[in-house]
Design a protein around this ligand. Structure first.
Ligand SMILES: Nc1ncnc2c1ncn2[C@@H]1O[C@H](COP(=O)(O)OP(=O)(O)OP(=O)(O)O)[C@@H](O)[C@H]1O
Ligand SMILES: [Mg+2]
Length: 252
């Protein structure tokens, strides 16, 4: 079976700045693969190029063996790639359940006839319930999404992405602004998700990254400086140099 995601020699410029410079990575089935690096390293730009929000200047993106380089975001979603954003995006006026059911129904695309089909609606609702159960949001199903605590809102965002039943889930800083307890909880959820959906994670919390990742790719200034298991990466002298003064990787 092809890897969920292969990125080869990806590059992206913003004017004179080469924000992403020849980045390659490969995600294995059922794995959590983290992309880490200091602020401005180019992580979100890689995400945006992979998920169709930016057009790469060069390189290749393969989703499940299919060359999807330069595809727009909506086509990538249909092909099995779902992502969340560094800033939370949910429909605040809808309930938690409606948000997820809408995600599940959007898998049906723009075919309104399919949306009217009772079986499809029932299927979307059952799928939404299952996902809310798995992520521990079932008790809030009827609540207005705007009324959720920040941490639960981020989990809802993950639930909406999962409702698309993606081949690959991409999470950009899912623990931003969370307490240590909430962060640990998100880490558990990500491990649970990875049993059936591979995850590409951008995350600054090193304890969580080292604790839940199967593989880590480290970027600085647009380039990959190391990749491998958490153990190998945290011992890598280049990585320790890059993080000196930021995070003491050695003490984790
Ligand atoms: N739309 C844009 N236009 C111009 N420059 C940009 C744009 N987006 C990002 N950059 C620049 O590209 C570089 C990489 O930014 P990027 O957001 O990918 O970093 P990051 O690794 O996600 O950082 P952070 O950890 O702070 O989220 C930075 O120097 C940033 O200022
Ligand atoms: Mg970023």
């Amino acid at each position: 079976m092809a890897s969920p995601l292969v990125v080869r020699e990806l590059s992206k410029d913003f004017g004179a700045l080469r924000a992403v410079d020849g980045v390659s990575l490969e995600i294995q089935d059922g794995q959590v693969h983290s992309l880490i690096g200091p602020n401005g390293a180019g992580k979100t730009t890689v995400f945006n190029c992979v998920s169709g929000f930016l057009r790469p200047a060069g390189g290749q993106v393969l989703l499940d063996g299919l060359d999807v380089t330069g595809w727009p975001a909506h086509r990538l979603v249909a092909a099995g790639l779902a992502r969340t954003f560094q800033i939370t995006k949910v429909f605040g006026d809808l309930t938690v359940f409606e948000n997820v059911a809408l995600g599940a129904r959007s898998r049906l695309g723009r075919n309104l006839q399919m949306w009217r089909d009772a079986r499809n609606v029932a299927d979307a609702q059952a799928g939404a319930e299952e996902i809310l159960d798995m992520l521990g949001l079932a008790e809030h199903a009827g609540a207005n999404a705007d009324h959720l605590a920040h941490g639960d809102k981020r989990i809802l965002e993950i639930a909406i992405a999962l409702a698309l039943r993606p081949r690959l889930l991409m999470l950009d800083e899912p623990t931003a602004g969370m307490s240590p307890g909430e962060t640990a909880h998100i880490g558990d959820l990500i491990r649970r998700i990875a049993k059936h959906t591979s995850v590409l994670l951008v995350e600054h919390d090193m304890e969580m990254v080292l604790g839940i990742s199967d593989e880590i790719t480290v970027m600085t200034q647009g380039r990959v400086i190391a990749s491998g298991t958490p153990d190998a990466v945290s011992r890598d002298p280049h990585v320790q140099d890059a993080y000196l003064g930021e995070v003491d990787v050695m003490n984790l």
